[in-house]
Write a protein that binds this ligand. Structure first.
Ligand SMILES: CC(C)(COP(=O)(O)OP(=O)(O)OC[C@H]1O[C@@H](n2cnc3c(N)ncnc32)[C@H](O)[C@@H]1OP(=O)(O)O)[C@@H](O)C(=O)NCCC(=O)NCCS
Length: 152
C-alpha cells in the first residue's frame, strides 16, 4: 500500500470542499448523491453537519450527520482508497458522535449495505449494533440494508 506522508487535519466542511467531496462520492458509491444535493446539505441545511479530512488542500475523506430532535442519522462516510485503514474513518465517526453528544442527541442511526464488511466493521468498532434490516433497500442491486444504531 502507498505510504501516506501527511498528517490529516479534520475540519467542518464548507462550500470550498464540496467539489472534491463530490469527486470522492462519485468514485466510491454505486448510486452517488448529485453535486447539488451534497452542496445543499453542506452549505444550507441547518440540521446537517459534515466533517472533512484534509491532507494539505486535498480532501481525502468526508462524513455527514443529520440531527432531528434527539436522533441523528449518519448520511454518508467515505475515505479515498489510498488513505484507508489508517484510522481516518474511525476519527470522523468519533467527531460526529462528539458533535451529536454536544447537541444532546440520544441515539444515532445509519443504514449500510449488508455486503459492506469494511463499513460494518468500522461501525461495530464505534459501538453500533445491528438493529434491523430493510429488504431490497438499494435500487441498483436490490441488496438489503442493515440498520445500525448506537445509544449515546
Ligand atoms: C468504510 C470506510 C469509510 C472505512 O474507512 P477507513 O478510514 O479505512 O477505516 P479505519 O481505518 O478508521 O478503520 C476502522 C475500523 O473499521 C474496520 N475496517 C475498516 N476497513 C475494513 C476492511 N476493509 N475490512 C474489514 N474491516 C475494516 C476495522 O475494524 C478497522 O479497525 P482496524 O483497522 O483497527 O482493524 C472506507 O472503507 C470507505 O470509504 N469505503 C467506501 C465508502 C463506504 O462504503 N462508506 C460506507 C457507507 S455506509
Amino acid at each position: 500500500m502507498e505510504k501516506v506522508e501527511c498528517k490529516i487535519q479534520f475540519k467542518t466542511a464548507d462550500s470550498s470542499h464540496v467539489g472534491q467531496m463530490h469527486e470522492i462520492e462519485e468514485s466510491v458509491f454505486p448510486v452517488p448523491w448529485s453535486y447539488e444535493s451534497l452542496a445543499s446539505d453542506v452549505c444550507e441545511h441547518e440540521i446537517a453537519v459534515y466533517v472533512v479530512g484534509l491532507c494539505k488542500d486535498e480532501v481525502v475523506s468526508y462524513a455527514g450527520l443529520w440531527h432531528v430532535l434527539e436522533e441523528s442519522h449518519i448520511t454518508n462516510i467515505a475515505v479515498k482508497k489510498k488513505y484507508r485503514r489508517i484510522g481516518i474513518g474511525k476519527k470522523m465517526i468519533k467527531i460526529l458522535l462528539d458533535t451529536a453528544r454536544e447537541l444532546d442527541v440520544k441515539s444515532v442511526t445509519l443504514e449500510v449495505r449488508e455486503s459492506n464488511v469494511a463499513a460494518i466493521g468500522l461501525y461495530e468498532k464505534a459501538g453500533f449494533f445491528k438493529a434491523n434490516r430493510r429488504k431490497k433497500y438499494y435500487t441498483d442491486n436490490f441488496e438489503d440494508a442493515i440498520i445500525m444504531n448506537k445509544v449515546l
